[in-house]
Design a protein around this ligand. Sequence first.
Ligand code: G6P
Length: 609
Amino acid sequence: MCGIVGYIGTRPALPILIRGLRSLEYRGYDSAGVATPGTDGLRIVKASGRLDRLIERVEQTVDDTATIGIAHTRWATHGPPTEANAHPHADCSGAVAVVHNGIIENFSELKLWLEKSGHRFVSETDTEVLAHLIEEYHENDLSASVRAALRHLRGTYGLAVMHAAHPREIVVARLGSPIVIGIGTGETLVASDPSALVGTTRNVMYLDDGEMARLDASGVQVTTLQAAPVEKALQEIQWTEKEIEKGGFAHYMLKEMHEQPETVRSALRGRLASDGGVTLGAFSDLRAALKDMRRIQIIACGSAYYASLVGAQMIERLARIPVSVDLASEYRYREPVMPSRTALLAVSQSGETADTLAALRLAKNAGLMTMGIVNAVGSTIAREVDAGIYNHAGPEIGVASTKAFVSQLSVFLVFALALGRERGLPPDEAERIAKALELLPMQIERVLRSRDQVAEWASQLSEKRHVMYLGRTLHYPIALEGALKLKEVSYLHAEGYASGEMKHGPIAMVEAGFPVVALAPHDAVFEKVKNNLEEVRARGAKTFAVTTPEGLRTLGRAADNALEIPTTHPLVQPILSVIPLQMLAYETAVAKGLDVDKPRNLAKSVTVE
Ligand code: G6P
């Protein structure tokens, strides 16, 4: 996945395509490529790494008189960020070029089938199957060929296709991954994001899921995937360039928080069935070895560490295997015991965190089996573990992790279900969790709509200097993450505490007006958290509770402020309750006029010790 740009018109396409790719750079990418007509078939130029490398190559090899082309920046999902895996992907004959965002879930089956019928593959990507499918079904009408190919796909796509035999058209389609078409005078463009179009035109048309379109220099014809014509209205983009970059949001952090419903879907897609059945590549690779494991040791840093603390509880509850969690920076130096029959699990968004990598290597050298939950495909940790599960959360730009954290929790729950199913977890319990996870994206959307209430809390907090976060069991790590978020972006001093520990010290801090934020869903420990809230309130604290409808009814005066979130399965609840805490950190930083996306002193990826 990442950025798509396409152009067809009368001007040289290359400068327009490159400018489009430049404006998509902010989304993150690890390789790029472009296809234009050549003397014999299409000419595809690609480069791993920065866009400048592609531009150098393009300048050397491509004559820039072509007036049609498609281009892509890739952020690896299947296969590492090599040149061969960069888009556009071609068929065997070199006549077809495809750029694609999304995930083709059944690509392994399709690849096997296509290889059997003689197609040769040169990349490890899921996208390449599409180029070969179009070759397989090619007929005079390019739209019909693409349509026939798409019938075989399971998964998501936003895509653009060129064909040497159809040099004056581009075919695009959308299912789950955005496609926007730009209409100029005598020229038509396509992109995955309007920011790539505004340099040329502000008149756009958004495809909806299940639609495709044929573009030529004079305009566009939109149809459904079943070829029924669709009338679409043009819209004018009103955003400023800065707003466009962030999809209309004021900050990346806000944009990424709003991407979380989709993040959850991407973490589950193709892995979890409604009946609780789990398909995990990593798991099937290691099934025999995992059966033999007596312990799991998790290592991680920062938010990934807090996600792991929740994950450990999910695994212990569902699979009844003992799990320990260590900060990677501690683990590597504390001379840990590493008994055999322990599986080591490294959790890292970037896959490059120096301490996590060092701790992983330590365990590997000691002979432990290693696994990873990693977002960045092809990253060092992803390459070095015996088997891994990818988050598929897409690039995270905001320094304060939000969607990667939610993705880690979702993946942990799927992993815990997979282990649980192997170890006697009743199928009806697995089914209940799967059903709850299916509803989760919608519930996250609901919580994201509480922005006004959260902003009101933030206006209270922004006046303070210290904040305490309380939670218990699964919500204790969420209290830690909530406090970390607030520290990172608002620079307020915040501490997360297990509410049962409060009387062992932190309560001494409480005085009139001291803010205490409690995670108080109506679960097995609700009464205890409620008591803790009453205790701090009796000493003058100003209390804020994140709670469920049942909790709201019973909290009474314990909460000066209460924010309601939907009730879900107890193991899914923490994924929902972290959302208001992310929003609270964000709104507090905004209320204080701070630069949310670039907090002082912080780096997105800590690749040094
Ligand atoms: C940095 C980031 C955090 C992240 C941590 C671990 O501190 O700012 O957001 O949680 O590193 O990073 P990783 O890429 O290993 O998950």
